[in-house]
Design a protein around this ligand. Sequence first.
Ligand code: HEM
Length: 126
Amino acid sequence: MQLFLILKFIHKTAVLLTICSFSLRGIWMITGSPLLETRLARTAPHFIDTILLVSAVAAAALLGQYPFVDGWLTAKVLGLLSYIVLGAIALTYGRTRGVRFGAFFGAILSFAYVVYVAFTKNPMIL
Ligand code: HEM
């Protein structure tokens, strides 16, 4: 139980760092800031994402609940995938400002959905 609570704390801290760093990079993208291209802005997110995922998988294993077995974890993984794809379009691959903008808000919505599912354990919004 102690280990689970520690993992959950690490997971939640990584969640907070992830959304702060993504929002900041989104603002830099919108304002056209060169800070988006700095080494730290490019590498730190990978480090945070790894912590988020490793703690998530370890916590799930301790609970004995697994994606594609338990609905809420499946929904979280799909929400995470949607966040990753939209985030990559927003910050790297989007060709126009409009596409990047739309993808950025889509990524924020996907992230919010995953947080909602994390707290309710219910994949349905309504
Ligand atoms: C964008 C990605 C993610 C976000 C924003 C997120 C968010 C959260 C939050 C806020 C909690 C705490 C809920 C609470 O205190 O009651 C949590 C717990 C948890 N998350 Fe995530 N999560 C993400 C990805 C994942 C993934 C991919 C997995 C599994 C493979 C996962 C597995 C878990 C588990 C097992 C818990 C503990 C649930 C419990 O307390 O019963 N998370 N997550």
